[in-house]
Design a binder for this molecule. Structure first.
Ligand code: SAM
Length: 420
């Protein structure tokens, strides 16, 4: 059997499994119709089947296109129409469920009719709106989310207005500052005509900062970043009752709250910068009986909570070049008791050829994204071990758990003792 026939057969077999699941659960077939704005919550085996289909489907398409056409067909100007939809607020130019002519949309968006028609017809090829009759459009599920979900709007804004220009400047930044470990020498800095870091640039513009954090919040709702992976696969059940877990850079305490709901006998401390701690949302009343406290702490200074059982870092180190990660880890050392566990919840980049190309592409894209924004990086298992050992030889690597379906692994170190 040729590879393309093999792929077609994988797709056929797994699609049949998904189809059977949808039928037996009364779930309508996937579509971009208006009423399909929300993806159903699939069980683990259906998510796995879907991944197999998507991986095989991507390989099949690329094989059939061939090396040159795969590149030519790549949508290198995807963000031109997407950015225009965002800037002109096209999705809000007419009500969901109704129709509008190009002329009406152009008038409401204060854009020329010719441009709006070209932008829309490009976007329509990505299933954002549909042209129901010549020159008349209606919403699809995608344009509906764009009209109704403020966090999705922020995400699109962040992609088009922040990431895209910064990506264009990433290579010039690498050439200007080779191997820089300075978060102010990046594509993002160049795109902003600045010699400052992304965080400082954002801090000067509350509107952009709010959009960025909304975009990040949207990303965090994605199925591959669910907190349940950390709750179900972390070491929480093996900790003594009353044991302390410190979530460093824990933002508003989302991760801690998820863990606390299942392990209420633990004591939790959420640390973040003073501004984040001051702006935090209160823990919803009745959501957990666990003891959760918040503490302003800069992780580049010595850790004030000593002798905790666990120090958790979720999505922290990938924001920083090695030089800064070493500082964070060195500042943790004086607080550690023998056997203290350091839990990292982040991407663990795969060894070559151990993951499907589609999934590896997603992780490698995140790595390039971190380079673009902060001269930071995603790390492999060897990178993690080397980083911790460079910080202090007494950090012992325990292991990596990679929950199925999760982009983030659980990487564990123990202080001074060997844990198998
Ligand atoms: C990518 S977010 C991760 C938030 C959270 N751990 C999560 O998983 O959603 C990075 C967090 O690090 C915090 N942070 C940045 N610099 C910090 C510092 N010097 N000290 C403490 N927290 C910091 C940010 O405020 C932000 O909440």
């Amino acid at each position: 059997m040729t590879r393309i026939a093999e792929l077609a057969s994988i797709i056929s077999e797994q699609t049949r499994n998904i189809d059977q699941y949808l039928n037996s659960n009364g779930i309508p077939t996937p579509s971009f119709d208006l009423d399909r704005a929300l993806e159903p919550e699939f069980p683990e085996q259906i998510i796995a089947a879907r991944d197999v289909v998507l991986d095989a489907n991507m390989e099949l398409s690329e094989l059939l296109l061939g090396p040159r056409q795969t590149f030519v067909e790549y949508q290198y100007n995807y963000f031109v129409s997407m950015r225009a939809l965002y800037r002109y607020k096209v999705a809000s130019a007419f009500p969901v469920g109704e129709e509008a002519t190009f002329a009406e949309v152009a008038k409401n968006c204060k854009c020329s009719q010719d441009n709006i028609a070209r932008i829309l017809r490009h976007a329509i090829t990505n299933r954002i709106f549909k042209e129901v009759r010549k020159g008349v459009i209606a919403h699809t599920a995608t344009s509906r989310i764009l009209a109704e979900d403020p966090l999705f709007q922020d995400y699109i804004g962040m992609r088009c207005e922040e990431m895209w220009p910064a990506e264009l400047h990433t290579l010039p930044a690498i050439m200007k500052w080779p191997d820089s470990q300075d978060p102010a020498e990046t594509g993002f800095s160049l795109a902003n005509n600045s010699l400052d870091t992304m965080y400082n640039i954002m801090a000067k513009d509350p509107t952009r900062a709010k959009r960025f954090s909304g975009g990040m919040a949207f990303r965090l709702t994605g199925p591959t970043l669910k907190l349940s992976f950390l709750v179900d696969h972390g070491p929480w059940g093996s900790l003594p009752a009353g044991g302390t877990v410190v979530d460093i850079g824990g933002s508003h305490g989302q991760a801690v709250l998820a863990i606390a709901k299942k392990f209420p006998s633990l004591h939790f401390v959420v640390q973040d910068l003073p501004s984040t701690i001051a702006a935090r949302r209160p823990i919803p009343e009745g959501s957990t009986t666990a003891d959760i406290s918040f503490l302003a702490h800069d992780f580049f200074t010595p850790q004030p909570v000593v002798n905790a059982e666990v120090y958790l870092f979720r999505w922290i180190f990938h924001n920083w070049p090695d030089k800064y990660c070493l500082l964070i880890l060195e500042n943790l050392v004086p607080a550690l008791k023998p056997g203290a566990r350091i839990i990292i919840n982040e991407i663990c980049l795969p060894e070559p050829n151990t993951m499907s190309t589609r999934q590896e592409r997603r992780l490698r894209s995140m790595d390039i994204g971190m380079l673009t924004l902060q001269n930071a990086r995603e790390r492999s298992r060897d990178d993690w071990i080397s980083l911790f050992k460079r910080a202090d030889e007494r950090y012992n690597f325990v292991g990596v758990t990679e929950p199925k379906g999760s982009d983030l692994a659980i990487i564990e170190f123990a202080w001074q003792v060997d844990i198998d």
